[in-house]
Design a protein around this ligand. Structure first.
Ligand SMILES: [Zn+2]
Length: 403
């Protein structure tokens, strides 16, 4: 009995292993899967047959080898009866996106929620309506949701997972998943099945940046679009921490006895290098109020490039604080690469130069700062990362996804 239970466990584990490696590789032959998983070729063949029978894997074009020998049959994820659902709730809008297991985007619906400050129920009304519309379209196409995630531009934590505080929407602790489940029977069903999760944008964006950077052993991600956020990816996973605080880079207390921050501390990085502080220093706070942060930050970057004195002076103050914060983080993490996201992506070279200038060296040896570069994924990083996270979670139990 124990033996057969153990072997059933091994079988399930190996099935998930093969599906997961195929998702990571995108496309692979059976031999490549055997090599990537360390399983015997015969086992891989049997597991692939099972995944094909469940409608999760299909054979694709036979690639003619460069030399002689038979053409190879390649495999990829299929799952034509399934979709991954991602709901993004940012400061302006709710966007629902459905994608296939191989990453192909199937449908997208977006609607502005009007930014009703301090009123999460109204945001949930709009978000749930967008999801219901998208789900209707998917049902018509014969697909069900394999895994769903809700991404917020705020820290999340707790059990069940809740939004801890969203300064863009003036939220305190909000159980957004509960609000959505009250409004959408389908999201409620996914929640009961353990297939609905709440994710913070920085953590999932960092997952996508980590893949894009070639999966380095340690990656430091720092981004700014409303406040300042970040993530520390180690061993493929963003650090969460014992109190969900890891990667809260905007709240590094960098100025002794500095201004009081919303988090309760004094002198946080966001108070001296966040968009509000820098736009005010550059004389662009009025534009931010009238036209929104995105427009104001685009204008800020354009004026820095054009050498407009107030923008440059404001930026140089912020840049010095950001570089010093990175200098501290380098000593704590020793990352292989630093990726800057949000509007900082366009100023990465400038920050890298500042960082190189202030690295003092240790014991006479000059430390070489890790490469600092701007995000190449732009605004899609959070969506891409959420999709990868959801897919990995779904493929951990491939049998539950069978047609
Ligand atoms: Zn703070």
């Amino acid at each position: 009995m124990t033996g057969s239970l153990a072997s059933a466990d091994v079988g399930r584990h190996n099935l998930a292993l093969v599906a997961g490696r195929l998702a990571a590789l995108g496309s692979a032959s059976r031999s490549e899967l055997a090599e990537a998983t360390g399983l015997a070729r015969g086992s891989v063949t049997a597991l692939v047959r099972r995944l094909q029978g469940d409608g999760l894997v299909r054979e694709t074009t036979s690639v003619a080898p460069s030399g002689k020998g038979r053409p190879r049959t390649m495999l990829e994820l299929s799952g034509d009866h399934l979709a991954i659902l991602t709901l993004l709730v940012d400061a302006d809008r709710a966007t629902a996106v459905a994608s296939a297991l191989n990453g192909t985007r199937l449908a997208r619906r977006a609607r502005r929620h009007g930014r009703p400050m301090g009123d999460p129920a109204r945001v949930a009304d709009v978000a749930a309506a967008v999801v219901e519309e998208l789900l209707g379209e998917l049902r018509a196409g014969g697909r069900r949701i394999a895994e769903a995630s809700v991404v917020v531009w705020a820290p999340v934590g707790g059990e069940p997972t809740v939004v801890l505080a969203d300064t863009d929407l003036d939220w305190g602790v909000v159980d957004l998943l509960a609000l959505l489940r009250e409004r959408s029977p389908e999201l409620d069903a996914l929640g009961r099945a353990g297939r609905l999760q709440l994710l913070a944008d920085t953590a999932v964006a960092a997952v996508a940046e980590h893949l894009d950077a070639g999966r380095p052993s340690e990656l430091l991600y720092l981004k700014s679009d409303s406040g300042i956020g970040g993530a520390i990816v180690v061993d493929e996973t963003p650090l969460d921490g014992s109190h969900h605080l890891a990667g809260a880079l905007g709240h590094l207390p960098v100025v002794p006895d500095g201004a009081r921050c919303g988090c309760g501390q004094r002198g946080c990085l966001v108070t001296v290098a966040g968009p509000d502080a820098l736009l005010a220093a550059a004389g662009l706070d009025g534009l931010a109020r009238e036209a929104g942060l995105t427009v104001a930050l685009e204008t800020f970057v354009a004026r820095i490039r054009a050498g407009e004195p107030r923008a440059v002076a404001g930026w140089h103050g912020g840049r010095a604080e950001l570089a010093r914060a990175l200098q501290i983080l380098i000593m704590a993490i020793d990352p292989a690469v630093i990726v800057l996201g949000g509007y900082l992506a366009g100023l990465a070279e400038d920050i890298a130069a500042e960082l190189a200038a202030i690295q003092p060296g240790i014991d006479g040896r000059r430390l070489v700062p890790p490469p600092v570069r701007g995000s190449r994924l732009g605004g899609d990083a959070a969506l891409l990362g959420a999709e990868r996270t959801a897919l990995a979670k779904a493929l951990a139990e491939p049998a539950a996804l069978a047609r």
